[in-house]
Design a protein around this ligand. Structure first.
Ligand SMILES: *Cc1c(COP(=O)(O)O)cnc(C)c1O
Length: 471
């Protein structure tokens, strides 16, 4: 399997090269040259597989330059009960109103990013050892990506992590989770700006080819193909858990920001998984909702990005969206280049004429949830089901309920645990609510923290990275 750029001006790459590169040299995103198709017989056989077995089947279709026995060892040590809490890894349950919830949030940082990042950490370690080289990961996080990356890469040899986060924009729990790591290969950088500013700085450093090469920079942001690949697995797993036979169809509802999670669903659907619809749930930052209901894509700048109570979705420039649009445009890189030229000029674009294809052929729909909806949904689910869902999942449940057709089975992806967002939970349910938290995270906020605060300036970040590595 070769990997090509959405902008068509980079040489094709192997899986390992795509994994290590992150962004393509031409500024585009890497995609497999075609999606493998899973026939009915194979899909039938996959129904009874365990999570790691299923992951091996799916991932070996994409990671074709890693021997299957090595891949098996990597996957088997990643998707364990010890790391993800249950044998099923992503257990599915049903709320009283019939909405199903697939838990992607039982990993070390209590958010779905662990699903891919834990695998990436092990894949990086493997490829770096094989090639006898080192790597400096530079990333931007609005909260969950950063901690998931740091927990996946701490104590790994040959890897340093430089993680940019928006200063003062994350929950106390998220900050504590990242900044309490003291491993010498982990560098937390708080940037005086928004998440999108952090993301722009990472792109600027990535696009400085000399700098990137000299310092062996790579990224684990949601643009990394390896992450999308790993996420495809739980759509299959969730589908099998929610159905008795492959005759049935289910829809997935996905709390979305950077469009990485739901993109994996789109690919699973393209591979032949019987997904009816993909429901994109946004918060107040509703760029994606606007696109999927009107065809207008109008990314916003930091000044027009709200800080909300589902902060991991506070994104107004969905970095994975380019991969989806590449598919929508039937793989025409010159068209993609043209559209992203407009995006880079702050203009956005209009695909109104392709809405029929996007909604009916690709099965996309979208909805929006705001703070009041979120709080109400958390309270309602608590009253009805006696369980506490996190604010992002609540956005998903709200949109799933709103868009559900009669008889439609919807699996809503649970992207985080409530414990990460205590403030909003208390607002929804009451101050004296006891929010369940894994034992080992009980005193997280009391641990000493390590972070460097920098201005919103790519040059400042560059100098910091240089200072750490030039000795
Ligand atoms: C990252 C994240 C999202 C958004 O996922 P994308 O892949 O960026 O669309 C939603 N919820 C939580 C809790 C997250 O951490």
């Amino acid at each position: 399997m070769k990997y090509i750029s959405t902008r068509g001006q980079s040489a094709p790459k192997s899986f390992s090269q795509a994994l290590m590169a992150g962004l393509a040299e031409d500024g585009g995103l890497l995609l497999p040259e075609s999606y493998p198709h899973i026939d009915a017989h194979t899909l039938h056989d996959w129904r009874s597989l365990s999570y790691p077995e299923l992951a091996l089947q799916i991932i070996s279709l994409f990671a074709t330059d890693i021997p299957k026995t090595d891949l098996k060892a990597i996957i088997d040590k990643t998707y364990t009960k010890e790391i993800f809490g249950t044998e099923e890894i992503t257990p599915v349950r049903t709320l009283k109103d019939g909405i199903k919830i697939e838990a992607l949030s039982n990993g070390p940082t209590l958010a779905f990013k662990d699903m891919a990042m834990q695998l990436l950490g092990n894949l990086f370690e493997y490829v770096l050892a094989r090639e006898n080289r080192m790597l400096n990961i530079i990333g931007a996080t609005s909260g969950d990506t950063g901690s998931a990356a740091e927990y996946a890469l701490r104590r790994k040899e040959r890897v340093n992590v430089f993680m940019l986060s928006p200063y003062g924009k994350m929950s106390e729990f998220q900050r504590a989770q990242m900044y309490s790591l003291h491993e010498p290969n982990i560098f937390n950088i708080a940037v005086r700006g928004m998440f999108d500013d952090c993301q722009d700085i990472v792109k600027a450093l990535q696009n400085d080819h000399a700098f990137k090469q000299h310092y062996h920079l790579s990224t684990v942001n949601s643009i990394n193909w390896g992450r999308i690949m790993a996420q495809i697995v739980y759509y299959f797993k969730g589908y099998f858990a929610a159905t008795n036979s492959n005759e049935q169809k289910v829809s997935f509802c996905v709390p979305s920001g950077n469009f990485g999670n739901v993109l994996a669903g789109h690919i699973a659907r393209n591979m032949g998984l019987p997904i009816h619809r993909l429901l994109v749930a946004t918060n107040e930052n509703d760029v994606l909702n606007e696109f999927f209901t009107s065809g207008h894509y109008r990314p916003r700048d930091a000044a027009h990005t709200f800080v909300t109570s589902s902060p991991s979705m506070d994104i107004s420039k969905a970095s994975n969206f380019e991969r989806f649009i590449y598919d929508v445009l039937d793989h025409q890189p010159e068209e993609v280049r043209h559209l992203w030229q407009q995006v880079s000029e702050g203009k956005g674009f209009d695909l109104n004429q392709l809405m029929h294809k996007i909604q009916y052929q690709f099965g996309f729909a979208a909805g929006k949830s705001v703070h009041a909806d979120r709080v109400q949904t958390i309270a309602q689910v608590y009253a009805e089901d006696g369980e506490i869902i996190d604010p992002h999942t609540a956005d998903g449940v709200k949109v799933a309920r709103e868009l559900r057709d009669i008889g439609e089975v919807i699996v809503c992806l649970e992207t985080a645990k409530a414990a990460k967002f205590a403030e909003t939970i208390r607002e929804a349910i009451g101050d004296d609510i006891n929010i369940p938290r894994p034992e080992k995270l009980c005193h997280l906020e009391d641990l000493p923290q390590k972070v460097t605060v920098l201005e919103n300036d790519a040059q400042a970040v560059k100098e910091f990275v240089q200072a750490q590595l030039d000795h």
